[in-house]
Design a protein around this ligand. Structure first.
Ligand code: URA
Length: 248
């Protein structure tokens, strides 16, 4: 492992937990072999989509970035507009190959108008760095809802549904090569069914023809040390998926 990467993992508090290689179990008398996660096959996971668990509130949008930004800034489609300081549309490269989608702004994001700038954001930046990515460089970061849910509660189904056309419009404008859903709220918003991250990670899903991977939300990882190794596997998996997509 390069010293840069070790440094990144140390800063994330992940050094001893995350490893690039996964040790395979050795047969008696055999040497242990190191294996990296298998490159994903570039086919949708084939899971039949059940009827949407979440009801959509508004019809699909079709608007350019400027109009989308103005519409989101002035949005009053749900009660989250009441307590927000500002709506947080997203940040990054609008031509990015990578799109990361989180849940919704917290207090710092509401204050600064940018997604993932608090503790979870620091971890996300470190996770990106661990696979050679940087916020704003071929990476766009958005959220399922654009306004802060009070007390950092989870956004309600109707709030997610009211905001979904904005996210979908962002995704249509960006048309990334790969979407990464961070946590169940983002995954459910995009895949329109109940998602348990533990059961759906490590697979290529599909959003309107764009491959989609689900992984743990950084806030969850800050609370749940034991799943950081799995998050590292997911990072390796998404990096391998992107390599395969680029060479397809
Ligand atoms: N958590 C999220 O899901 N999004 C943010 O922007 C910040 C924290």
């Amino acid at each position: 492992m390069s010293s840069d990467r070790e440094q990144v993992l140390r800063e994330m508090g992940l050094g001893p937990v995350w490893k690039l290689r996964v040790e395979a179990v050795a047969a008696p008398g055999e040497e242990r072999v190191a294996a990296t996660p298998a490159a994903p096959e570039l086919v949708p996971d084939g899971v039949a989509w059940s009827a949407p668990a979440i009801v959509t509130a508004t019809s699909p949008l079709s608007m350019p970035w400027e109009e989308l930004a103005a519409t989101v800034a002035a949005c009053r489609q749900c009660r989250l507009c009441e307590a927000r300081k500002q709506a947080v549309l997203g940040v990054g490269d609008v031509n990015a190959d990578w799109l990361f989608v989180g849940e919704g702004p917290g207090a710092e994001e509401d204050e600064r108008g940018e997604p993932f700038v608090g503790q979870a954001g620091k971890l996300l930046d470190s996770m990106l760095a661990a696979i050679g990515l940087k916020r704003g460089e071929d990476v766009y970061i958005a959220n399922a809802v654009k306004c802060r849910p009070p007390e950092n509660r989870k956004p309600a189904d109707e709030e997610v549904a009211a905001c979904r056309p904005y996210l979908e419009q962002q995704m249509e404008l960006i048309r990334p090569k790969l979407i990464v859903a961070l946590g169940a709220t983002a995954a459910q918003t995009l895949l329109q069914r109940e998602i348990r991250i533990g059961a759906e990670r490590g697979k290529l899903h599909d959003w309107r023809g764009v491959p989609l991977i689900v992984t743990y939300h950084p806030s969850y990882l800050l609370r749940t040390l034991q799943d950081k190794a799995k998050a590292w596997e997911d990072l390796c998996y998404m990096r391998a998926a992107m390599q395969a997509l680029r060479s397809a």
